[in-house]
Design a protein around this ligand. Structure first.
Ligand code: PEP
Ligand code: MG
Length: 574
């Protein structure tokens, strides 16, 4: 059967390939009733899966490398003990018997019950073991579902495959950076969720918010991901396929042309110089940064160094990552943002249990609550400043006392390095992200204390419009052109420039071609975006008349309504 699904494009381009269904075991668990006569067989299946999970753990324990940290053995041991505990190895049998349901479902039901019990435990350490329990359950689920799952593809074939998933966490997405898939589609996800941002950084066509793709598509079916129109075509007929192959090669030709601008410095037709910087998540993204010809790193999202691992990276490990980026940028600016965890970016073993994660202990709030960890990161960044032009960026600041406290910790980190005689750049600048409306409206408070500002439009929009950026149900309300958003962005750029404080935009608006001229018209001269977006933005800057952009920007601010703004933008971009 051929059909089309509509979603939201998070990375442009066209790709054609075969569906490869990827699942996080928990989400894909089927629920069905079984006949009374099948109960014993189902219990037998459950016992076999437990036995298999135990065997796997025993094998892992035997294969622990000599240089592995001691906690590794302890954690395997803990998982084995959990597996042997009757709450996991016996209780689901009773659920199978009592509710006459399949083994996977019984296990997930028991996991939910245990999860609630873990949440009520006073002791923080024990509470955190909830994540271990979930991992043990997932191991058993994999053993149960295992035989039905699609085999892992060979690396050489990956580029012909299009990953189809219901939803993936940013940590899951990060793992895809080591692969070479042809495209990516998910059922859930807002366009500026961190999952979508990571999908964009894979530099392959990607769609989110397709709603039912994971259930409607079968492994191996032919797919066309049209990241230009936001469309997924399933089992296309030969005419559609031929048309798309043509469009795909045209798109490739356009991309190749843009690459020729790599060494051209961005400036408008009237000669206004514009700095185009790149956003990165890991040092391995630098290859793309150099290919795109970025003039600096405007946002290094360091939290991704902290994901997919059970321990926190220590000062030395962080230092090595930051130094690598600083060195490889050869004296070009590198803005390192301090840890922005919380909300949709949970660390392993820290499942988010706050009532409102986006409004909770996130980013700078989390770091100030964990000064030990924050100091280690600040020392690592300061040490890296000896190897390049490093700057420190504080996320999600809203209060003057948060900045004062953070600056106090920067001083403390310096003093600690002085005591050890470790070198760092004493002039390292500290900036703040303007991504909460309160910060945008109380700007002088931040200008007085900080060396530079960077507007995080993803969160600024989320918090201005009260739209959870990860929630696909409200994704249609997430609008960068809302007059309130534009007023705030224009205000921050204008006031920062007036005060002589450098200001950049590092949220997704900076990489949106439709908005380049408008932001230039507001006075922005520093844009930071995914490297893949940079060549097209550069071309747009090179073809912009600043005079016209300024006059349209004023009209947009006066228009005060999104529909009129769209009309004006269409004219400005014509
Ligand atoms: C932003 O909020 O715009 C931003 C750049 O930070 P992040 O997307 O990592 O929250
Ligand atoms: Mg942000």
């Amino acid at each position: 059967m051929n059909f089309v699904l509509h979603g939201t494009s998070v990375a442009s381009g066209i790709t054609i390939g075969q569906a490869h269904l990827v699942s996080t075991a928990r989400l894909e668990v089927a629920h069905y009733e079984i006949a009374e006569s099948a109960v014993q067989g189902e219990i037998f299946r459950f016992d076999a899966a437990i036995a298999r999970a135990k065997q796997e753990l025993a094998l892992l324990e035997k294969q622990i490398p000599a240089d592995a940290p001691a906690e590794f053995g302890a954690f395997l041991n803990l998982h084995r003990l959990m597996l042997e505990d009757s709450s996991l190895s016996h209780a689901p049998r009773e659920i199978i018997r009592g509710r006459r349901c399949n083994a996977e479902w019984a296990l997930v039901q028991q996991m939910e019950i245990l999860g609630e019990q873990f949440d009520q435990v006073e002791d923080a350490y024990l509470r955190e073991r909830r994540a271990d329990m979930q991992q043990v359950v997932e191991r058993v689920l994999k053993a149960l579902i295992g035989d039905k799952a699609a085999p892992a593809p060979r690396r050489a074939e990956e580029h012909q495959l299009i990953v189809v998933a219901h939803d993936l966490s940013p940590a899951d997405m990060l793992l895809f950076k080591g692969h070479e898939y042809g495209g990516f589609v998910t059922d859930l996800g807002g366009v500026t969720s961190h999952t979508a941002i990571l999908a964009r950084s894979l530099n392959i066509p990607a769609l989110v918010g397709l709603h039912h793709a994971r259930h409607m598509i079968r492994e191996g079916e032919m797919l066309i991901v049209d990241g230009i129109q936001g469309v997924l075509v399933v089992n296309p007929d030969p005419i559609v396929l031929a048309e798309y192959r043509l469009r795909q090669s045209q798109h490739e030709i356009e991309r190749a042309k843009l690459k020729r601008l790599r060494t051209t410095h961005a400036a408008t037709l009237d000669g206004a110089e514009v700095d185009l910087y790149a956003n990165i998540e890991l040092p391995q993204d630098l290859e793309q940064v150099h290919e795109a010809g970025a003039e600096g790193i405007g946002l290094f999202r360091t939290e991704f160094l902290f994901m997919n691992r059970r321990d926190l990276p220590g000062e030395d490990e962080q230092f090595e990552a930051y130094r690598e980026v600083a060195r490889r940028m050869r004296g070009k600016p590198v803005v390192i943002r301090t840890l922005d965890v919380g909300a949709d970016k949970a660390l392993t073993g820290h499942a988010v249990t706050m009532p409102n994660p986006a409004l909770g202990l996130r980013a700078i709030r989390y770091c100030l609550a964990e000064p030990h960890m924050f100091l280690a990161q600040l020392r690592a960044i300061l040490r890296a400043s000896h190897h390049g032009k490093v700057r420190i960026l504080l996320p999600m600041v809203a209060h003057a006392h948060e900045i004062d406290q953070a600056l106090g910790l920067v001083r403390q980190a310096r003093a600690q390095l002085d005591d050890k005689g470790a070198p760092y750049d004493p002039k390292v600048e500290v900036g703040g992200m303007i991504e909460i409306p309160a910060a945008a409206l109380a700007l002088p408070m931040f200008i007085q204390r900080l060396d530079f500002l960077s507007i995080g439009t993803n969160d600024l929009i989320q918090y201005t419009l009260a739209i959870d950026r990860t929630d696909d149900a409200v994704a249609h309300l997430y609008d960068p052109l809302h007059p309130a958003v534009l007023q705030l962005v224009a205000h921050v750029i204008r006031e920062a420039r007036r005060a002589g404080t450098p200001v950049a935009v590092c949220g997704e608006m900076a990489g949106d071609l439709e908005l380049t001229r408008l932001l230039l018209g507001f006075g922005l001269r520093n844009f930071s975006m995914h490297p893949a977006q940079l060549p097209a933005i550069k071309e747009r800057v090179l073809r912009t008349s600043l005079g016209k952009a300024r006059s349209y920007a004023q009209k947009v601010l006066r228009a005060g309504d999104a529909a009129k703004t769209r009309e004006l933008l269409a004219k400005l971009n014509a």
